[in-house]
Design a binder for this molecule. Sequence first.
Ligand SMILES: Nc1ncnc2c1ncn2[C@@H]1O[C@H](COP(=O)(O)OP(=O)(O)O)[C@@H](O)[C@H]1O
Ligand SMILES: [Mg+2]
Length: 342
Amino acid sequence: MSKVQPVLEIEDVTVVYDSPSGPVQAVSDVNLTVYPGTIVGLIGESGSGKSTLANAIMRLLRGNARLTKGQIRVMGTDIYALSKRELRTFRWSRMSMVFQSAMTALNPVMTVEKQIVDTFRSHRPQMSVKEAKERARDLLRLVRIDEKHLRSFPHELSGGMRQRVVIAIAIALEPQLVIMDEPTTALDVVVQRSILNQIQELQAERGFAILFISHDFSLVTEIASRVAIMYAGRMVENTEAKVLLPEVDHHPYTEGLMRAIPRLTYEDVVIEGIQGHPPDLIDLPSGCAYSPRCPYATAACMEIRPTLHRLSHATIECHLYSPTKEGDSEWPAKQLLYKSTT
Ligand SMILES: Nc1ncnc2c1ncn2[C@@H]1O[C@H](COP(=O)(O)OP(=O)(O)O)[C@@H](O)[C@H]1O
Ligand SMILES: [Mg+2]
């Protein structure tokens, strides 16, 4: 079998923001691979480093942010080795991004048609205006917006329509990778649902890969086949989505997220949140960043940073899954709290 080339390879990536109080380690030693035509979810609480990682992939880190370690390759190309000119062609035609706020992604004083036409014309200078306009109409049809809105300005559209336009622009040049950073968070639940369905349809039809970022656990598990979980800048777990079940072994933070989803029982809706707060990214603990909130944590967890352990369904950065834990009373054990499934 020939080896499939990943669309995205993130290796040991660390991103730091310089701040007056010291360096903020927003992304630490992150590894992630996305294969063609797949949807990978990226979950984490607000402030866990998701957008920073997305911006790093797009090479859109600004001002006080720096990639201090690691490599990011898209279709085998090291994004940080490209010249500014090469990067301009690469962005949007190979990889694109849908930002959370459609209003900031769109130009408020340009019609929808002009924005789409400009996208084509700036990347495909040989394309005629006539053809670009035809393509703009096709794209709107694809995202199910009436073509009369080609002449609309962003503020004349509903939030859902604006986000559809942003998605249309993101896929206009047929990139292999589309990063969607909380693409539906600003929208109400009904619109959110319809856009999510639309994203799935477009993805199935066009075959691009998606890195789907959200803080909404149930949304991500619904759309993605694999899910990466970030906590305090670290990717603490990377798992198949279909095994995100209470009876399967996961990172304690993942377990907490699963329990935090409202569950409908016979009596009532049960929501168990995770106690405590994420750590200060300027002063990260030497051990596991999650240990202060972790129900299994031992003294060793507070001091020694866990490494990634490869299980059959997931890779998990937690001492619980350390193969040396047998007979070593310092490592945490699941049996203490829940019945072990292994
Ligand atoms: N410009 C900045 N300067 C300093 N710290 C920042 C800046 N932007 C973000 N951060 C810090 O980086 C962390 C990760 O932010 P972000 O990537 O936006 O998280 P998420 O998208 O998961 O909510 C946050 O804790 C935030 O405090
Ligand atoms: Mg964000």
